[in-house]
Design a protein around this ligand. Structure first.
Ligand SMILES: NC(=O)C1=CN([C@@H]2O[C@H](COP(=O)(O)OP(=O)(O)OC[C@H]3O[C@@H](n4cnc5c(N)ncnc54)[C@H](O)[C@@H]3O)[C@@H](O)[C@H]2O)C=CC1
Ligand SMILES: O=C(CO)COP(=O)(O)O
Length: 336
């Protein structure tokens, strides 16, 4: 099958390698032709996925129309804040009529607060859409470390196609029909990963991290359900699974940003140091905060991340305020 991966970040590159391993004809497109040329010369993507050799069969193509021609799956691998621009370019390019758009980004557009499926529908209309999500750092998938993810689509056939195309001995893929839950799980966990990093940076303990993750998933599920996701999805790979990996992994960019903030550094300086590498949670904290206001869902941790990032609140004060919220039961009391 011809499959095109749109955007040359770490994740797009790792997934392109999986697809090459699985014997597909894979093309990788990137937004910067000069950088694509450098990758073609070195057969590496040192900017976004260090130390990994690109598969010999992987085609690198700077022309979007050529890259997409004849493809059965277009993997949308741009960070979410660049997705609108990429989809707008894609609209003007000839594509197969039954092509599957597989989003692998984990974020919510700022200003509009749109999930990626909403953005695809707005720009491309009613098309076959699926999302791939779950605990999966590019650095490990590219090294063929056993990993499990899920793909969600309203179109059962599309989900099964994605499953069969990506699945192999080191990548296990489950299917689901909960697109909203999967999109929100993958996006909201990045905001909590920032908080987890802040705790690391401040030198807090394992108890604190476990409390954050447990109360964090409750918050994600509450907001996710209010926005149309299924509660059970947040107990799965795209919920608690991804939250665990992102809050604890040395590979996580979001946890890294949080850790530097927790050491007292400024956000602008940390992001400048990361260059073009993206930590989605920074923007998603804003969208998540807005979505919680719209739905009247109580999201104390997301709110503290938002005020620490955007209103200059001291993260130590944020932790104190979370600890001293009104006492509550963990679960509502059983009446019978
Ligand atoms: N890296 C990972 O392990 C995983 C990442 N994801 C998600 O995949 C999406 C892409 O992330 P990564 O591949 O990690 O990105 P990255 O941080 O490795 O690379 C940044 C990407 O943004 C593009 N870019 C930079 N400036 C741009 C601009 N001005 N206009 C258009 N494109 C621009 C770059 O070409 C590159 O493709 C994100 O939503 C991320 O949350 C999901 C699962 C795993
Ligand atoms: O989504 C991811 C792993 O599943 C990547 O997380 P980071 O963006 O924090 O690196």
């Amino acid at each position: 099958m011809k499959i095109t991966v749109l955007s040359d970040g770490g994740w797009g590159t790792a997934l392109a390698s999986v697809l090459c391993d699985n014997g597909h004809a894979v093309t990788l497109w990137g937004p910067f032709p000069d950088y694509l040329e450098e990758m073609r010369r070195t057969r590496r993507n040192e900017r976004f996925l260090k130390g990994i050799e690109l598969p010999p069969a992987l085609v690198l193509e700077a022309d979007l129309a050529k890259a997409c021609a004849g493809s059965s799956i277009l993997v949308l691998a741009a960070p979410s804040q660049f997705m609108r621009g990429m989809l707008t370019k894609l609209r003007d390019v000839p594509r197969e009529s039954d092509v599957i758009y597989l989003n692998v980004a984990k974020g919510i557009e700022t200003d509009t607060c749109k999930r990626m499926s909403e953005l695809v529908a707005e720009i491309l209309g009613s098309v076959r859409y699926a999302i791939l999500s779950g605990p999966s750092h590019a650095e490990e998938v590219a090294r063929r470390v056993p990993t499990a993810v899920m793909t969600a689509s309203k179109d059962a056939e599309a989900a099964m196609t994605v499953q069969s195309v990506f699945m192999n001995q080191y990548l296990r893929v489950y299917t689901s029909d909960d697109v909203v839950g999967a999109e929100l799980g993958g996006s909201l966990k990045n905001v909590l990963a920032l908080a987890a990093g802040v705790l690391d940076g401040m030198g807090m303990g394992d108890n604190t991290k476990a409390a954050l993750m447990t109360r964090g998933i409750a918050e994600m599920a509450r907001l996710g359900e209010a926005l149309g996701g299924r509660h059970e999805t947040f107990s799965g790979l795209s919920g608690i699974g991804d939250l665990i990996v992102t809050c604890s992994s040395r590979h996580s960019r979001n946890r890294h940003v949080g850790e530097e903030l927790g050491k007292g550094r400024k956000l602008e300086e940390i992001q400048r140091e990361m260059g073009m590498v993206v930590a989605e949670g920074v923007k998603t904290a804003d969208s998540a905060y807005q979505l919680a206001r719209r739905t009247n869902v109580v999201t104390p941790i997301i709110d503290e991340v938002y005020t620490s990032l955007y209103q200059g609140k001291d993260p130590r004060q944020a932790v104190r305020d979370l600890m001293l919220r009104d006492p509550k039961p963990e679960l509502p009391r059983r009446t019978a």
